[in-house]
Design a protein around this ligand. Structure first.
Ligand SMILES: *Cc1c(COP(=O)(O)O)cnc(C)c1O
Ligand code: SF4
Length: 355
């Protein structure tokens, strides 16, 4: 089997290569898109697209629609403003995002950080890592670091190990969480050697990112199994995308498939209002309708939280279908099947019993 580095080297990165791979399907305007946002489709994912068509094609192949904008913003989550040093985004009191790599195995067309990924504007390299580590050392209130990018698992093993060792040497840091799409887009990267490195730095969690059941291949299953066998709890952050996975059946099949891969669905994200990604957005009503088809109908372990990252960097909120109809001496609500139900609230305790 080809190594992950060979597969990555065999990526399509130019307009000419793209036209050759998909004859008759690539419009001339796509050349402009690639000048603005980088293109990379590695040979593993290219084969998947050829077998499965539209839902994978849309995720990976640039569209002229990326040149349109709508209400979109360059940096919708205000990550640049919330960055005290390059590569660190400090939005919540006790956890930070640490962007450590600017490359990905595939440049997803809907990416929230499409202004940075694959570009020099996203900091990379040792000096930048040292400044971020220094920030974490100076802020003992930070209990968790989310290592992201780009894709941190595209770093060379020795660099990744240096980083993890440095993070673990910070006593106040309890949890390491890595965000990586590699189990989905380049599963061969999950080598036994990589897993041996990762398992030395527990408690370490990985949140990966699958968007369609066609991505649940044998290779991806092996990658997830290796990570899970290394004791790494796995989650998935799926993005709800028009024309890719915006139906209850697709999302249900994906979530159940992830659970069989030992990946716990974590978030289902509403698409951010990022410039160049408007054509991927669904309405929140569509997302809520999909959630209603999951909640109660399939294993609760397969149900992600439907979340929206508030514009302006105000954090994530979870959106839930509303089951509560009225509150008071009893709670009226509807069941997941739609029946009216009520639950009598307890009488308020007399003052003598309260502490
Ligand atoms: C999403 C995010 C987190 C993590 O949020 P959780 O709800 O804990 O998954 C942390 N920092 C930033 C900047 C984020 O965008
Ligand atoms: S893997 Fe993640 S960071 Fe990289 S392009 Fe895709 S969505 Fe963006």
């Amino acid at each position: 089997m080809a190594s992950w580095k060979q597969i990555l080297r065999n990526s399509i990165t130019s307009y000419e290569q793209l036209r050759a791979a998909f004859p008759g399907l690539i419009e001339p305007a796509v050349a402009e898109v690639i000048k603005r946002y980088p293109l990379r489709i590695n040979s593993y994912y290219l084969e998947l697209i050829k077998h499965h068509g539209q839902p994978l094609f849309r995720q990976a192949v640039p569209s002229p629609a990326e040149l349109a904008c709508g209400p979109c913003e360059i940096d919708p989550l205000a990550e640049d403003r919330l960055s005290p040093v390059p590569g660190i985004v400090h939005k919540y009191p006790d956890r930070v995002l640490f962007l450590v790599a600017n490359q990905c195995a595939l440049y997803c067309r809907f990416c929230t950080r499409k202004r940075h990924v694959g570009r020099p504007s996203m900091p990379d390299g040792r000096t930048h890592l040292d400044r971020g580590l220094d920030y974490l050392r100076r802020h003992p209130e930070i209990k968790e670091v989310l290592v992201s990018g780009g894709d941190p698992l595209l770093l060379e093993d020795h660099l990744l190990e240096d980083l993890l060792r440095a993070l673990r040497s910070i006593d106040t840091l309890e949890i390491i969480r890595i965000g990586s799409r590699v189990p989905c887009t380049l599963p061969m990267r999950i080598t036994t050697r990589l897993c041996r490195i990762l398992k030395r730095y527990h408690p370490l969690f990985i949140n990966t990112h699958f968007n369609h059941p066609a991505e649940l291949t044998e290779e991806a299953k092996q990658a997830c199994t290796r990570l899970a066998d290394a004791g790494i709890p796995l989650g998935s952050q799926t993005v709800l995308l028009r024309g890719v996975n915006d139906s209850p059946e697709t999302i249900r099949t994906l979530m159940q498939g992830l659970l069989r891969f030992r990946v716990k669905p974590y978030y289902l994200f509403q698409t951010d209002i990022t410039a160049g990604t408007d054509h991927f957005r669904t309405t929140t009503a569509e997302g809520l309708a999909i959630m209603e088809q999951l909640l109660g109908h399939i294993s609760g372990m397969a149900v992600p939280a439907y979340a929206l990252d508030a514009p302006g960097g105000r954090g994530k909120i979870r959106l839930s279908p509303n089951y509560v109809l009225a509150t008071g001496s009893s709670l009226s609500f509807r069941s997941y099947q739609g029946d009216l139900c009520s639950y009598p609230e307890p009488d308020t305790l007399p003052p003598a019993f309260s502490q």
